[in-house]
Design a protein around this ligand. Structure first.
Ligand code: ATR
Length: 273
């Protein structure tokens, strides 16, 4: 019988996940399908119930349900407990098991390039859900220090506290100061939503140089102003689509227990831009 997978969220129309996973099924000749299923905020409980009824094999969770999903799960991975959010669920005979591939998916492109994280300094822009997973990732990999710059100071301070609780030195700064000092950090990561609507970079890129690894987690548009300006400064750049692929490959491997066909998934994703 064909196995069904899904991504749930709202809005969901423009999700690239169905294309990525269906391309992988085609590449490996698997009898599986992956659909986008819109569940509005406030209707998660009912939505999950209907997924259980059709015996969904697994699903991804995206905005706005990543945190609330914690309430409807039977078992949680260690990553979920740390991050406090779920983006991947497996259905094991009716038991829903929660995973979070955002953290390791974020780290994948860095590892692929053989860039060391241990003992390096990080400037992280943003303090939302995505930033939290990223901070946990840098802590896990033994980065030296993480500096959080966020528009709302209080939220930046909270995330710095969270990072400290994971054993990494951390502090908080303003977006203005972050721009002035950006050149001093090995990693400069944009985890704000600034750029999604083609806005200018959230920080000044004047100080960015060829020693920086500049990573934007926004994947649409692919070339954000932050990435384009950093490229002009000869920084090493990592695109948001690489994180998207990283987390998709890890979800695929959790569900199917075979290596994800990265190239087929990348090709269909880049064709979609
Ligand atoms: P996600 O789950 O994708 O991380 P989120 O939790 O809504 O989304 O977080 C969005 C992040 O982008 C926050 O850090 C937000 O800053 P605030 O905490 O001040 O809201 C940041 N952000 C959104 N719009 C911004 C803007 N115009 N300028 C600067 N930061 C912005």
């Amino acid at each position: 019988m064909t196995k069904t997978f899904a991504v749930i969220g709202d809005p969901i129309d423009h999700s690239l996940s169905p294309n990525i996973h269906n391309a992988a099924f085609n590449a490996l000749g698997m009898d599986c399908t992956y659909i986008a299923y819109r569940i509005p905020k406030g209707e998660l409980k009912e939505g999950i119930e209907s997924l259980r009824q059709i015996k969904i094999s697994g699903f991804n969770v995206t905005i706005p349900h990543k945190i609330e999903m914690m309430r409807y799960i039977d078992e949680l991975s260690e990553e979920c407990k740390t991050i406090g959010a779920i983006n991947t669920v497996t259905n094991e005979n009716g038991r829903l098991i929660g995973h979070n591939t955002d953290m390791d998916g974020f780290l994948e492109p860095i590892k692929k390039r053989n860039i060391a994280i241990k003992n390096e300094d990080v400037l992280l822009l943003g303090a939302g859900g995505a930033a939290r997973a990223i901070a946990a990732g840098f802590a896990k990999e033994g980065a030296h220090k993480i500096t959080i710059a966020n528009r709302t100071k209080e939220k930046g301070k909270e995330l710095a506290k969270f990072a400290a609780s994971l054993g990494i030195e951390s502090n908080e700064t303003s977006l203005d100061e972050a721009g002035q000092n950006a050149g001093k950090y090995k990693f400069v990561v944009n985890a704000t939503s600034v750029g999604l609507k083609n806005e200018l970079s959230p920080i000044s890129t004047n100080a960015i140089n060829s020693q920086n690894v500049v990573y934007d987690i926004i994947y649409m548009p692919m070339n954000t102003d932050f990435i384009a300006q950093s490229k002009k400064k000869s920084a090493i750049v990592i695109y948001g689509y690489e994180m998207l692929l990283g987390q998709a490959c890890l979800a695929f491997e959790i569900w199917h227990k075979v290596k994800a066909p990265y190239d087929a998934m990348r090709k269909v994703l880049l064709g979609g831009f």
